[in-house]
Design a protein. Structure first.
Length: 132
């Protein structure tokens, strides 16, 4: 799940709520993930946006359930871990519906370096046999 760079304040508050309720201190954007991969010496080989494949609810559709569990979460406080996870999931789902979070997959790998045998001091010898 990758948030877009620019989003309205209300969407940013939901993203912050998602991160808090899912105990996820960071939620990098696409650029943030690419920078982290490059800093680790990896190169992105393939990338695909899976957002069109999601079946998510809009805020309007999710609002009744969100109201129902929010008051329970406030009542239970620290005992409401499961409810907090559901609230965070609803925030994420509505952000995806509105296009503020993309569901994207990236595959990265370390670059493969080809060094000619003569450059690394290795001599390859092919042994052959002859029959008379």
């Amino acid at each position: 799940d990758m948030p877009v760079e620019a989003m309205p304040d209300e969407a940013r508050r939901r993203l912050d709520g998602f991160r808090r309720f899912w105990r996820c201190p960071v939620a990098p954007s696409r650029a943030g993930w690419r920078a982290a991969l490059e800093a680790a010496g990896l190169r992105v080989q393939h990338e695909r946006d899976l957002s069109p494949l999601l079946r998510v609810r809009s805020m309007e559709q999710a609002a009744p359930r969100l109201r129902e569990i929010t008051w329970k979460q406030r009542l239970l406080g620290p005992l409401a871990v499961r409810l907090e996870a559901e609230i965070g999931g609803i925030f994420l789902e509505t952000l995806q519906t509105e296009g503020f979070v993309e569901y994207r997959v990236m595959a990265a790998r370390k670059p493969v370096m080809c060094v000619p045998p003569s450059a690394c001091g290795i001599l390859f010898v092919k042994q052959s046999t002859c029959s008379a």
